[in-house]
Design a protein around this ligand. Structure first.
Ligand code: TNX
Length: 495
């Protein structure tokens, strides 16, 4: 809910302070520092340039005793006394002389700051902008997300993205209050995470990518760094190792995983479904156990995604037994399993999460009391072309311009999958045709912003007509951030 007062503003100047309670936690202090960095690290406040990048911003974040009010301040506070505050929610009160942000938990404060960011002009994104006049309209906002799962998936297997690119993507996710980064870490074309007990997976299986170019992989330290970077922005990393199919890279590194014991050559095409781990080989089960164990130890989030899609080389019976055994291994390592829609055909636990992507059996899982993540291809596949002239992308699930991505209702998408069974939404970005960070951004933006609103906002406050104007106003912001976004003709872009 938002009530804005037109014509009145809170103006950020060189005297504005960020205020937290004297006994605020380290987490609140850290979030306050982020806000201070956003507000102050720019020339317009006349602070010396050298002070901008290094050192604590403590001078700008002031601790005050409870109840004390300071003029020209933005105060952040956790309200344990406000049980009505919904998970991840916040209340933002912008007055002419002070701004107050209250939340029930750190994530709410973080999202409130993203709202402050969006209320400020695009220049806030550009630290070096001259004339960086920061002001935001007076008003009150009470806000909380509709769904707890607001995800973005990057396929770093078909084409590899370095850790810095992934961090940049995390920053962009944060702007739109997304909170799950699903990394598709393995596929036929490349294995992208170092596994110490099976070193050839990454060292050999990670060398190439689609088209035969140089691939790459994350060391365990790099993945841990990505995880920490994401966590600092209230984003959980969800690792996926796709099995039992989509494993040519693994088979090429370790032939004992293949039923015929022969290593296939590395694969750099884009056909799917042709490879499979040998379910009868004991090496396969040592491999699954080791891989899940090593990754589970690196990634603190409670989930492990086992893929499970597009298996053409196994019988249905073999497939079902594979999924059930893999689930046992995931549980043994203390994680909850996630799988693509196909896994619902196995006798899986109701705590397992099914990720719907095409006409499948998600409703079967709902009938057993399970929860689903919606990633419907024709709405949410960010690797689909925008229109027939889009050079990048595929089109098997249809063309997805911004309206197609935005204008639908999750709770009525699938028969037998009501709102109560929907954990949330996730937009996959498969990368068969997506090579560089510029390509990834072109396909992700602005559609990922549409996904973010669907995942966050209630149907009553949504509507295509008003969304496209609000989205149009994000053009200069995305531009200030250097995002290579698609200027959809459906959107009235501001200049
Ligand atoms: C289907 S969606 C796949 C991926 C492809 C994608 C291309 C899913 C679970 N499997 O392997 O990359 O289509 O759009």
């Amino acid at each position: 809910m938002a009530e804005m007062t037109s014509g009145q503003f809170f103006v950020v100047d060189s005297m504005t302070t960020v205020v937290i309670d004297a006994d605020a936690s380290a987490e609140v202090a850290r979030i306050a520092d982020m806000l201070a960095a956003m507000l102050y690290l720019h020339p317009a406040t006349a602070r010396p340039r050298t002070a901008r990048v290094v050192g604590p911003r403590a001078a700008r974040v002031q601790r005050v005793s409870a109840g004390e009010r300071l003029a020209n301040s933005v105060s952040l506070r956790l309200a344990a006394d406000r049980p009505s505050m919904r998970a991840e929610g916040y209340e933002l009160d912008v007055q002419r002389d002070r701004v107050t942000l209250v939340a029930g938990e750190g994530s709410g404060l973080f999202y409130g700051i993203q709202t402050i960011r969006q209320l400020l002009p695009p220049a806030v994104e550009n630290r070096d902008a001259i004339n960086r006049q920061l002001r935001m309209p007076v008003g009150r906002i009470t806000d909380a997300p509709r769904f707890t799962w607001r995800g973005s998936m990057l396929d770093v297997s078909r084409h590899f993205l370095g850790a810095d690119d992934v961090k940049r993507h995390i920053d962009l996710m944060a702007l739109y209050k997304l909170n799950r980064l699903h990394l598709h870490l393995s596929d036929d074309q490349g294995w992208r995470i170092e596994i110490k007990s099976w070193p050839r997976l990454a060292q050999f299986g990670g060398q190439l990518e689609v088209g035969g170019g140089t691939g790459g992989f994350y060391t365990q330290e790099q993945l841990a760094e990505i995880v920490a970077y994401a966590r600092a922005r209230f984003i959980e990393v969800v690792p996926e190792i796709d099995m039992p199919a989509h494993v040519n890279a693994a088979l090429s590194a370790y032939p004992e995983l293949n039923c015929d014991g022969v290593a296939p050559p590395p694969y750099t095409g884009i056909v799917v479904g042709f490879s499979a781990l040998c379910p009868e080989s004991e090496a396969t089960w040592r491999f699954v156990d080791d891989v899940v164990r090593e990754i589970a130890a690196l990634v603190p989030s409670p989930w492990f995604h086992v893929g499970g899609d597009e298996v053409e080389k196994l019988t249905h019976d073999q497939y079902v037994r594979f999924v059930e055994r893999a689930q046992g291994i995931v549980h043994a390592h203390g994680k909850q399993m996630i799988g693509w829609g196909e896994v619902a055909t196995a006798n899986i636990a109701s705590s397992t999460i099914v990720q719907h992507w095409r006409g499948d059996s998600a409703h079967v899982h709902v009938a057993r009391g399970g929860k689903v993540i919606l990633s419907p291809g024709p709405r949410m596949y960010l690797d689909m072309k925008y229109d027939s002239s889009t050079v990048l992308g595929l089109r098997w699930a249809g063309l997805i311009d911004v309206r197609q991505a935005y204008d639908w209702e999750p709770a009525t998408l699938r028969p037998g999958v009501p709102e109560s069974a929907i954990l949330g939404l996730e937009a996959p970005l498969w990368s068969e045709t997506i090579e560089t960070m510029r390509d990834f951004e072109f396909m992700a933006f602005p559609r990922l912003a549409a996904v973010a609103e669907l995942a966050w906002s209630a149907p009553a406050v949504r509507g295509w007509e008003q969304f496209r104007w609000r989205l149009g106003a994000h053009g200069p912001r995305l531009q200030a951030l250097g995002v290579n976004f698609y200027r959809s003709p459906q959107v009235p872009w501001s200049r």
